[in-house]
Design a protein around this ligand. Structure first.
Ligand code: FMN
Length: 379
């Protein structure tokens, strides 16, 4: 019998061991994160172009995003004053250091960072505290918890070794994102093919056992650093977790928490436009495809009119460049990912990139966050 124990990350206890995965652009903001935190899980706000609703977003996106980071955290805390609320911040975004520091100044409980390895995350976190000291801002007794997102034992090993060498520290927890996840994936197309996760027939073709082996290996890597630093480092797994049985499977592998994203999109509280949620409810299994995003990584999305046009060679005009990603070249990209995701957030779904996990087709109706939490907990 597997027990659903609280997720304990140092001095931070999350009553229900469920983290809602960060979803950009504008899919997981204060409403969803606040509702998950209120229901006893950990709510995660995505910092990706978080200021897209600000009037000066197109002319001054850095300031617009900074303002929105503080606003979204404040509003989420109003929903769940005692809850655990964090930020997901993608390494691949330009001004990564700014988002990290502002999230800490806004009082985030944790930062979960993927889409690249967050090599400098600890450095930016300590800079944030120094700046807070200088500015005489109150420093919370509970320090921010830092978590890299990894997909392979190799990447887990690299990031742990780097933090050890550079900062003499280990992650506070580690998020392991598997091949069934949504959004950008930490796998090459070849790796996805090996796992049987590159087709439009996932999860039928998915080699669960093969990735379970990888998860076990990652847990072993983390254990070495637990011993070295004499601190407990929980491993939280993500990707395709949709039911209580899925959660139990992850716990049996050794996970102490799960990160779930897709299942939360079709909740009333999710910050996405209703048209986005409806696209999940309407999607069939074969509509969920792997596409190469302008970031250069494979991503999972719904095959909608926009993606069909892109596949046929259409190149929508890029009117202005936000310079928002480290590795994005306006001369070679098929479309601007920020605009494609902003259209999604606004509900203009036919012109948008609709990121989703491989299980999005399973959504049949709208639910409340409380219902999803209870279902995942097996209550
Ligand atoms: C719509 C959508 C947007 C996402 N955006 C981000 C993001 O901005 N940053 C990130 O690290 N992960 C992102 N993800 C990945 C999730 O945080 C999560 O780890 C993953 O989707 C878990 O798999 P699941 O969706 O099958 O539950 C996104 C996922 C979805 C479905």
């Amino acid at each position: 019998m597997i027990e659903m124990k609280p997720l304990v990350i140092g001095d931070l206890t999350v009553e229900k061991p469920i983290i809602q995965g960060g979803m950009g652009v504008g899919i997981s903001l204060h409403r969803l994160a606040g509702a998950v935190a209120k229901a006893g899980g950990m709510g995660i706000i995505s910092s990706a172009q978080i200021g897209f609703q600000e009037p000066d977003f197109t002319t001054n996106f850095v300031e617009a995003n900074v303002r929105a980071i503080h606003r979204e955290m404040k509003l989420a805390r109003e929903i769940a004053p005692e809850g655990a609320i964090g930020f997901n911040i993608m390494v691949a975004t330009k001004h990564y250091d700014v988002w990290v520091k502002e999230a800490i100044k806004a009082g985030t409980d944790c930062i979960i960072s993927g889409a690249g390895l967050p090599v400098s995350l600890p450095e930016y976190a300590s800079q944030a505290y120094k700046e807070m000291e200088q500015d005489k801002m109150p420093i919370p007794a509970r320090r921010v918890k830092l978590a890299p997102i990894v997909s392979t034992a190799k990447s887990a090993s690299v990031i742990c070794r780097m933090w050890d060498r550079k900062y003499h520290m280990a992650p506070d927890f580690v998020v392991v994102e598997g091949p069934l996840a949504g959004g950008h994936l930490g796998f090459s197309l070849e790796q996805l093919t090996e796992y049987g996760a590159d087709t439009d027939n996932v999860p039928a073709t998915y080699h669960q056992d093969a990735y379970d082996r990888e998860v076990r290996e990652i847990i072993q890597v983390v254990k070495k650093y637990e011993e070295k630093f004499e601190k407990h480092i929980p491993v939280v797994t993500a990707g395709g977790i949709y039911t209580h049985e899925d959660v139990l499977h992850q716990f049996a592998l050794g996970a102490e928490g799960v990160q779930v994203a897709t299942r939360f999109v079709t909740t009333w509280e999710c910050d996405a436009a209703q048209a986005y949620k409806d696209a999940y409810i309407k999607a069939k299994k074969e509509d969920i495809v792997i596409t190469k995003s302008p970031v250069g990584m494979p991503g999972r999305a719904i095959l909608n009119p926009f993606l069909r046009r892109i596949k046929e060679g259409d190149r929508p005009q890029i009117k202005s460049c936000f310079q928002c990603l480290e590795h994005c070249d306006i001369r070679t990209i098929p479309y601007c990912i920020t605009m494609a995701l902003v259209y999604a957030a606004r509900g203009e779904t036919d012109n948008a990139l609709l990121f989703c996990g491989s299980n999005a087709y399973r959504a049949e109706k709208m639910e409340s966050v409380e219902e999803v939490m209870r279902d995942l907990m097996g209550q």
